[in-house]
Ligand binder design. Structure first.
Ligand code: SAM
Length: 216
C-alpha cells in the first residue's frame, strides 16, 4: 500500500526519468513555457503527457476534443498518439498562445491531425453539438468544469473517456477547512462526478491530479 507516499518534486522527477522519453518538440514546448515565468504552471506535467499518449494507444482512440490548449503540450501528446487518420479538435480562447501552439504542431509534423477553434469554449461546444468523440480532455477555466463535463457527456461515444485535469488542486481539496472558492468548486465537482451513475471513474495522482471517466 502506498498510503504514505508523498509525491515530492524529487519523486516526480524520478517517475518522469523512468517513463517514456519526451518527443523533441514536447521538450521544446516545456523549454518555451519555462521562459514565460509563473504562467508555465498551466502546462500538464510530462507524466501526464505519457499517460495521455498511452491511454490513446491502448484504447484505439481516434477522435479527441481538448478544452484548454495553452501552448500545446497536452495537445501534442495527444497528436503523437493518434493514428494518421485521427483528429483532435482543440479549444482555447487565447489567440496568441494558439499561434505558438500551431507552430509547435507543424514542427512536430502533426498539424494535419488538428483543428483549433479560438473562442470561449462554451460557444465552440455549442457549434460541435453534432460531432462525436472517443475522448475529451478538460483543462480550461475551472469554474466551468461542471458545464464542460456535462457538455462532454453529450458529445462522447459510449465507452469513451472524459479526462479532467487539476482535480486535486495542489492537494487542497482534501483540506476540508480550506473554503477558498476555487478549492470548493473543485471539491464539489469531484463529489458530483463520484455520484454520477453515467460514468465509472478514478482519480489518478499525476501532475495536479486527473480524473479518468469511462462513459457507460
Ligand atoms: C491550464 S491551461 C491548458 C494547459 C494545456 N492543456 C497544456 O498542457 O499546456 C488553460 C487554458 O484554458 C484557456 N481558457 C481559459 N478559459 C477559457 C474559456 N472560457 N474558453 C476557452 N479557453 C479558455 C486558457 O486560455 C488556457 O490556455
Amino acid at each position: 500500500m502506498g498510503a504514505n507516499l508523498e509525491i515530492t518534486k524529487k519523486l516526480q522527477n524520478y517517475i518522469n526519468d523512468f517513463g517514456l522519453k519526451l518527443h523533441p518538440v514536447q521538450q521544446e514546448i516545456i523549454d518555451y513555457n519555462n521562459t514565460l515565468g509563473d504562467i508555465k504552471r498551466m502546462q500538464v506535467d510530462p507524466s501526464q503527457c505519457h499517460f495521455l499518449y498511452l491511454i490513446i494507444k491502448i484504447s484505439n482512440i481516434k477522435n479527441v476534443l481538448e478544452i484548454g490548449t495553452f501552448t500545446g503540450l497536452s495537445a501534442l501528446s495527444i497528436l503523437l498518439a493518434l493514428p494518421d487518420n485521427g483528429k483532435l479538435i482543440a479549444l482555447d480562447k487565447n489567440e496568441e498562445t494558439n499561434k505558438v501552439a500551431l507552430n509547435f504542431f507543424k514542427k512536430a509534423k502533426q498539424d494535419h491531425k488538428i483543428k483549433t477553434i479560438i473562442k470561449p469554449a462554451l460557444e465552440s461546444l455549442n457549434e460541435l453539438k453534432n460531432t462525436k468523440f472517443d475522448m475529451v480532455f478538460i483543462d480550461a477555466d475551472k469554474m466551468n468544469y461542471k458545464e464542460y463535463y456535462e457538455r462532454s457527456l453529450k458529445l462522447i461515444n459510449k465507452n469513451g473517456l472524459i479526462i479532467i485535469d487539476n482535480v486535486l488542486w495542489h492537494g487542497e481539496v482534501a483540506d476540508e477547512d480550506n473554503l477558498d472558492k476555487y478549492t470548493v468548486n473543485i471539491r464539489e465537482f469531484n463529489k458530483y462526478v463520484s455520484n454520477d451513475k453515467r460514468v465509472e471513474q478514478i482519480i489518478v495522482p499525476l501532475g495536479d491530479g486527473m480524473t479518468i471517466c469511462r462513459v457507460l
